[in-house]
Design a protein around this ligand. Structure first.
Ligand code: ZN
Length: 273
């Protein structure tokens, strides 16, 4: 992480459409998150993907997909992942954890998706889909576990905490889509080396809109920051139209003079011609 408390990757840098984030205590996270378009991250050391709004070669290598919820920007890459993972990484585990309330409809959709016959021959989708509820654990590579945490969104939604060992501190907390309410009520949920959280809204007039739509707002996070238990807070799921200069100014102003972990905020930079 940049030694500065706030880090925005430079516009026009190679690979600026994808975030590569590695902190001292957290494993590398590689991926992309833009509100309403696509969110998907790989944590290669744990063999896990956090949501699958788009697929990539790196995401296809991960054995476990932890879905936060079933909005299209978080699952649109699932068909491509199933196809690539079960073809190129045959004989490896194929697991999709999904909020329990959505398991049957997701299974039904994948069971009738056109021309997915190869996938349906290679794996038993019914066995691959695991319904998860608050507190459930999904085993990961090397004895790590992913623990589901109920999130506050407009549809059934989970956050996921990745623990290197079942009893140990989380290395990554992934909030998926959701407001700050669970974190305000239970600050210990952010106790992780790295917390990646929803910051869809940054405009001062849209705080109520954020809460009503079950999303995080920059001001919400800035208020929580002094007491945030994570070592680094990653603001993701920003809108594609976010004015990064205005965001930088706002965050720098709010960070000044306050305690709290460093902040990383990321959106891909538009291609300039
Ligand atoms: Zn989303």
């Amino acid at each position: 992480v940049n030694p500065e408390r706030l880090h925005f990757p430079t516009a026009g840098a190679p690979g600026d459409w994808e975030l590569h984030l590695e902190t001292a205590a957290a494993p590398a996270v590689v991926g992309h998150s833009v509100a309403a378009l696509a969110t998907a991250f790989a944590v290669p050391s744990l063999g896990v993907a956090l949501d699958m709004g788009r697929c990539s070669a790196l995401l296809a290598r991960q054995d476990v997909v932890l879905l936060s919820h079933c909005h299209s920007d978080h699952i649109a890459g699932l068909v491509a992942w199933l196809s690539a993972h079960t073809r190129r990484h045959r004989d490896r585990p194929t697991t999709i954890a999904v909020p329990a309330e959505r398991r049957s409809s997701l299974l039904a959709a994948l069971s009738v998706w056109p021309d997915l016959d190869g996938v349906r021959r290679r794996v038993d989708l019914d066995a691959c889909l695991v319904g998860a509820e608050d507190g459930d654990e999904i085993p990961l590579a090397g004895g790590a576990v992913a623990r589901a945490v109920r999130a506050h969104h407009v549809v059934p939604s989970l956050a996921w905490s990745l623990h290197p060992t079942s009893a140990g501190r989380a290395s990554i907390h992934y909030g998926g889509d959701g407001s700050i309410l669970p974190y305000r009520d239970r600050p210990e949920l952010l106790d992780a080396a790295l917390a990646l959280v929803d910051c869809t809204f940054v405009e001062s007039g849209r705080r109520v809109a954020a809460r009503l739509s079950g999303h995080g707002h920059l001001t919400d996070w800035m208020e929580l920051l002094p007491n945030a238990a994570c070592d680094c807070l990653g603001l993701i799921h920003l809108a594609s139209y976010t004015d990064i200069r205005a965001l930088t100014t706002t965050v720098e102003a709010q960070l000044r003079g306050h305690a709290g972990p460093p902040v990383v905020a990321w959106i891909p930079q538009p291609t300039r011609s």
